[in-house]
Design a protein around this ligand. Structure first.
Ligand code: PEP
Ligand code: MG
Length: 593
């Protein structure tokens, strides 16, 4: 009987193509039954629970050591987060309370507590936080398995040369995989920012996530193709598809070898014009990948993750320790730290705020910082102190008027005075930048440029606000067009205003990491591009094959078009013609072939 050919699209999170048989990793999710225990057994039951928690801690510590040995010390953060959850009082006390009050078995009590966590997390809109629910679930399952004496680990049973399929993979599962024996993996859950995706990228294992129900549609041994670039997955592909992907895989491999060679070379055009190519990071465990992909520095450090998944606020020491670690690990490269962009839908439990009708237009980013001044000052103090250890810069997100920049700088001045009194060293010439993310900031860029040391254009938000398109609403995703003439005009004006004042302009939104836009952005005068580390060599390849005059000609030619579609067609046509080896025919899957 012929097998049904299935093609599913998920989110490609780690580039590369894998062709091979499926291995479905069934994580047995243990379901606990409820039974009552005699009053005299409560203490013993609680001891049994504590022993299971202790066993889980010891397993995670083993993974942590393994991870540190194989991937470097930065990666242990993932395990630390899991270990911290095992100390969570809400978890431990919650279980003890149920065991005591209901006189029930610990498995049942634990399952109830995890279900409460799940409910609380599920109502959260922020994808990053929702992923945390998965981490908590994983921890819960680990303790449950230890309670019933079963093994939680199936990763060790994975045979060689397979594509691993799973509902979800915890970072500890992922960390145990090696590209020498796992061809790739595809999972139902997850998003681009999940720890699992980050680990997959650093291990260079092709991966697709967010497939929703792939595990129910594939059986062990089914032939499979996964494309970690486009997120495409084929089950029982026909011969022609297999041949096509085998060709792509060979081409991709050759391309990758070429990209590797570029890592140490400068991001310089054919006529010697230098473009800064930097990396965006959210988590310290991304640092090795940043260095490996030849970043000239970190152009955007999103510091929000520090605030998630905890009940207290990070201390000055924590901020300081983290930023110091960052700047020392990438020495002598510079790093730009963005002050926390919280509020709106990235809420944190530490600061209770009213639910907003329009979170994207609400009390977020710099607005939130200027209201929660103590938290802001704590972060600024950490940044300033870390600036004594390397070349740091700071920038403020979502500025929409000059007063906000002035107030933020005033607070920075106050914190600097305080550090002086305490005798703490810091960089007195710390550069202060503005993220250009709102149309109002772009329109008054000439005014802001007089009081800022640099600009960084955050196109993710700038496009959202300029085109009035909610960036997280999939129904209007089709309107999210970086090449819309309005967006291009606003970028051009921002660059002009900055350069008139003699300050540099970076770009750190997703647009900066897409090779199809590279020539255009260089031609428009953007001084540096900051992107996810994996994209760096791809963009560098375009930079190194570009002549500045050609880039400028492209940038000036797009001015003649009236619609986003016309600009897109033009840029696509030009880029496929100029870079036939790098940009695919549809112009969409930029350089990843
Ligand atoms: C942006 O808006 O382009 C940006 C870089 O910031 P974030 O994506 O974190 O909002
Ligand atoms: Mg932004």
């Amino acid at each position: 009987m012929a097998h049904p050919r299935v093609s599913i699209v998920g989110i490609g999170v780690s580039p590369g193509i894998a062709i091979g048989p499926a291995f479905v990793l069934e994580k047995t999710n243990y379901t606990a039954h409820r039974w009552e225990i005699p009053a005299g057994e409560v203490t013993r039951e609680l001891r049994r629970f504590r022993a299971a928690v202790a066993a889980s801690v010891s397993q995670l510590r083993t993974f942590k050591r393994r991870l540190a040995r194989d991937l470097g010390p930065q990666h242990v953060y993932i395990m630390d987060a899991h270990l911290l959850m095992l100390k969570d009082r809400m978890l431990l006390d919650g279980v003890a309370k149920i065991v005591r009050s209901e006189r029930v078995n610990a498995e049942w009590a634990l399952q109830q507590v995890i279900a409460q966590f799940r409910e609380a997390f599920e109502s959260i809109e922020d994808a990053y936080l929702r992923e945390k629910a998965g981490d908590m679930e994983d921890i819960g399952q680990r303790v449950l398995h230890n309670l019933v004496g079963a093994t939680h680990e199936q990763v060790t049973q994975i045979p060689e040369g397979v594509i691993v399929l799973a509902r979800d993979l915890s970072p500890s599962d992922t960390a145990q995989m090696r590209k020498e024996w796992v061809l790739g993996f595809a999972i139902d859950m997850g998003g681009k920012t999940s720890h699992t995706a980050i680990v997959a990228r650093s291990l260079e294992i092709p991966a697709v996530v967010g497939l929703e129900d792939v595990t129910t549609r594939v059986a062990n041994g089914d032939p499979l193709i996964i494309d970690g670039n486009t997120g495409q997955v084929y089950v029982h592909p026909d011969e022609e598809t297999v041949r096509h992907y085998e060709r792509l895989r060979r081409r991709y491999h050759r391309y990758d070898v070429e990209l590797h060679k570029l890592r140490e070379l400068p991001a310089e055009t054919l006529d010697g014009y230098r473009v800064g190519l930097e990396a965006n990071i959210e988590l310290p465990e991304e640092i090795p990948s940043v260095l490996e992909h030849g970043a000239a520095g970190i152009g955007l450090y999103r510091t929000e993750f520090l605030y998630f998944n905890r009940t207290d606020m990070p201390t000055e020491e924590e901020h300081y320790g983290l930023y110091r670690h960052l700047i020392e690990s990438i020495h002598p490269r510079p790093a730009t730290i963005r002050t926390f962009d919280l509020g709106g839908d990235k809420f944190i439990s530490q600061v209770p705020l009213a639910k907003e009708m329009n979170p994207a237009l609400g009390l977020r980013a710099i607005r939130f910082c200027l209201r929660e001044v103590t938290a802001f000052k704590t972060q600024i103090a950490g940044i300033l102190r870390a600036s004594a250890h390397g070349k740091l810069r700071v920038m403020f997100p979502m500025v929409s008027e000059l007063t906000e920049l002035r107030q933020a700088k005033e607070i920075l001045g106050e914190v600097a005075g305080e550090l002086d009194r305490r005798g703490e060293p810091f960089d007195r010439d710390l550069e202060v930048g503005v993220m250009i993310e709102t149309p109002s900031a772009a329109i008054i860029a000439d005014i802001l440029a007089r009081e800022a040391d640099f600009f960084s254009i955050g196109t993710n938000d700038l496009i959202q606000y300029t085109l009035a398109i909610d960036r997280v609403n999939e129904h209007v995703a089709y309107l999210y067009r970086p090449l819309h003439p309005a967006v291009l005009r606003i970028i051009r004006e921002t660059v002009r205003a900055a350069h008139t004042q003699g300050i540099p302009v970076a770009m750190c939104g997703e647009m900066a990491g897409e090779p199809i836009y590279t020539q255009l952005l260089i031609g428009m005068g953007i001084d540096s591009l900051s992107m996810n580390a994996v994209s760096l060599p791809r963009v560098k390849k375009i930079v190194r094959a570009t002549r500045l005059a050609d880039a400028q000609q492209l940038a000036s030619a797009v001015g003649q078009f009236k619609t986003a579609w016309e600009v897109e067609e033009f840029v696509k046509g030009e880029m496929t013609r100029r870079f036939p080896d790098d940009i695919t025919d549809d112009g969409r899957q930029i350089c990843l072939i």
